[in-house]
Design a protein around this ligand. Structure first.
Ligand SMILES: [Zn+2]
Length: 218
């Protein structure tokens, strides 16, 4: 995760309704407060990410993660729905001006993998996966996705009055699949109406990639 990446995610969301993205993104009046906010918030995003990394949870079991997300969104004054597709959280931020409904989605689940790194925020979590006790790790990077989207929510909430449209923050459980015999993930969120009320016009998501240098989008 890098400042550039976060900044671009924020700008994409904020300006998604505009026909002239590059012109607006280059506008110093619009871009610099956001750049500053992003710079300020970066240490918080890093510490959230490390906290989630240390406390990964398997699909449909993201109880601690979703509670942290809900608490953060609530504190920002964002309307939330919890328990969507089991542990999903949806936040709705209504901007001060009319415009489209832009959704940004982050997945929250870890994997049944034992962490072998030696880091201060290494995971020692275990969980039950298909009847067996397994190590649990954010081996796919969803810890970063959650932390980034929490940061984006904080930056956009501070820009609420300037936003043209509504932003829907979607924190999705069980992207990696569900435990045997359980429903979940994006499909279940859609079934439960995550793309309605208000109806989503466009949606963004990102996935980090360890093969790319920090700050690059591939
Ligand atoms: Zn992934």
């Amino acid at each position: 995760m890098s400042r550039n990446l976060l900044s671009r995610a924020v700008l994409s969301a904020l300006l998604a309704g505009s026909a002239s993205f590059s012109a607006l993104a280059a506008d110093p009046v619009l871009s610099s407060p956001i750049e500053n906010q992003v710079r300020e918030i970066e240490p918080k995003v890093i510490s959230w990410r490390r906290d989630f990394h240390q406390h990964p949870e398997l699909g449909n079991r993201e109880f601690r993660t979703s509670a942290k997300v809900a608490e953060h969104l609530k504190a920002l004054g964002i309307d939330i729905q919890t328990g969507v597709a089991h542990t999903g959280v949806v936040g709705i931020l209504k901007g001060g001006k009319p415009g489209p409904v832009v959704a940004i989605r982050a997945d929250m689940d870890g994997l049944p993998i034992t962490e072998r790194n030696d880091l201060p925020f290494k995971s020692e979590a275990t969980g039950e996966y298909n009847g067996e006790t397994v190590g649990v790790m954010h081996a796919c990077g969803h810890d970063t996705h959650v932390a980034i989207l929490m940061g984006v929510a904080e930056v956009l909430a501070a820009q609420k009055e300037n936003l043209s449209g509504t932003v829907k923050f979607i924190f999705q459980p069980a992207e990696e699949g569900t435990p045997k015999g359980e429903e979940g993930g994006a499909e279940m969120m859609v079934k439960e109406g995550v793309l309605d009320n208000p109806k989503v016009d466009l949606i963004f998501a990102l996935h980090i990639d360890a093969s790319l240098d920090a700050g690059k989008i591939g």
